[in-house]
Design a protein around this ligand. Sequence first.
Ligand code: NAP
Length: 250
Amino acid sequence: MSKVLLITGGSRGIGAATAKLAASRGWDVAFTYLTNAAAAEKVAAQVREQGRKSIAIKADTGNLQDIPRLFAELDAAFGRLDAFFNNAGIFGPAVPFMDIDPERIQRIIAINTTGAIVAAQEAARRMARSRGGQGGTIVHMSSIASKLGGATGTVDYGASKGAIDSLTIGMAKELAGEGVRVNAVRPGLIDTEIHANAGDPTRIARLSSSIPMQRGGAAEEVAEAVLWLCSDASSYVTGQLLDVAGGRGL
Ligand code: NAP
């Protein structure tokens, strides 16, 4: 049987790139989306074109009721889970810290942090040997913003990802004996729609000169790191925060 990878937020950006690359490496891929059904169906079709199984599940990881349902749908469709890429997340427009709307803070933490922790629980329960699982790998989506304290105007986002770094280390220690490896990727500025959706479409072009490699990254470059962490090629790696950032944050 093929191994199964679950990705939250797989309809666009880094999640979509990971879904397609995973299919080319022999993974069956389940993934979630929030609203963009057309983009999700396109990614699922691209996975299937590579001879792999795929389902797209509509689920809001900022809504605690949606998370157990999405895992139940995964169980029904695939009956196994070998790797989980805990990717779904949102960003926000730059706002001085003192003026950030508390509702925005709540939504960012609900999706990027609380939802990610609860989804990780569901994944771990299916993988842990003491719960009848076969072991597995979890890759959390952090950000280089966790190291930098967020960019100017997005301190809440940086804090939401800082929690993911701690989660990665704690989960890795607690689950190593269960056959579950837990790592995170910390991308820098990656060319996806997240920047335009936060009202700043020229963000990468504007900041490129501040990146040691002088360019933003591609979603596929992050996908490569994620799939390495999901694969047996990283079999002795756990609890690590892998910066995929062109030197940003050094
Ligand atoms: P993106 O292009 O905006 O894609 C976001 C994906 O997440 C979409 O599939 C979207 O679904 C889904 N999504 C959004 N909110 C969701 C929710 N509440 N529940 C479930 N799915 C949801 O973003 P991206 O740049 O690929 O970012 C993915 C992750 O990488 C995020 O956690 C982000 O913080 C992190 N990251 C990105 C960068 C960067 O520069 N791009 C850097 C560091 C870290 P729909 O298509 O339905 O909207």
